[in-house]
Design a protein around this ligand. Sequence first.
Ligand code: CUA
Length: 324
Amino acid sequence: MAPRVDHLYFFLLGIASFFSLLIAGLIVYYAVRFRRRSADSVGARIQGGMLLEITWTVVPLVIAMVIFVWGANVFFAMSTPPVETLNVYVVGKQWMWKFQHLDGQREINELHVPVGRAVKLIMTSEDVIHDVFVPAFRVKADVVPGRYTNLWFQPTRPGRYHLFCAEYCGTRHSGMTGEVIVMEPDAYEAWLSGGAVEGSLASAGEKLFSDLACNTCHRPDTQGRGPDLQDLFGKTQALQDGASVVADEAYIRESILNPRAKIVAGFQPIMPTFQGQVSEEGVLELVEYVKSLNKNRASAPAASSEGAPRPADAVPASGRGTRN
Ligand code: CUA
């Protein structure tokens, strides 16, 4: 994405430079050329010029439209991740970045990714608004408490790249930095299998699910007092009040922390809130566990990557507006 952003940027810079020089030059030239030569001289009366009016209306219009179409093109490419992405969960807090890989690896202020793969960050905050910014990749997105926002990039060259927090978030905001470490695929696989792994994110979620006794109500049989979660992710749920909702990350998060916000049709509002009992990272594990209950994940090629169904990809829609 970086070259596309740069080309647009240098085009804008070129346009601005050209007109700045043109206008400044003409001001100086006319000031000298049409200066008052005697104390009682009076300029000729000008009645306007249609050709001039049309020219300085049409030329800026054309330029503005080129910028608009070009900019919109780049913007849509930046906000639409490919279907096949390597998903990494990100939790921002004062003042650190926490990364969780689907295989279970956790990192703080370092993010290891393989070169050549599209990487999607699914991000939330534990406290205030932060903002992930990787200047070398020309990507940047707000990280907002109570919401999931997305950002994607495809590294093309191995190396270490700065990662900044780009939203003032308290006294140590300037220290909230990290590194994206882009590795060759082999080195990345070695790194993945290296660290102390306590199992995949989904299996951690499964453990949390039974530790919190969620499984006593959310059961596959009809005796369950809560909805069955099998094959739920990405589906449209009918609600008690007649509305419906797509079961995406944000819906699952809300159902855990504020269960009464959306009651599934046919069920009672009896689920207690787990606000304060589950951390944002725990919520992400539970979300990943619910995703793993989908049997028909035909587009998922490997455990470490995920072809989420379209509704999941549509999640950032609410977050798009927060991009600065
Ligand atoms: Cu986090 Cu600034």
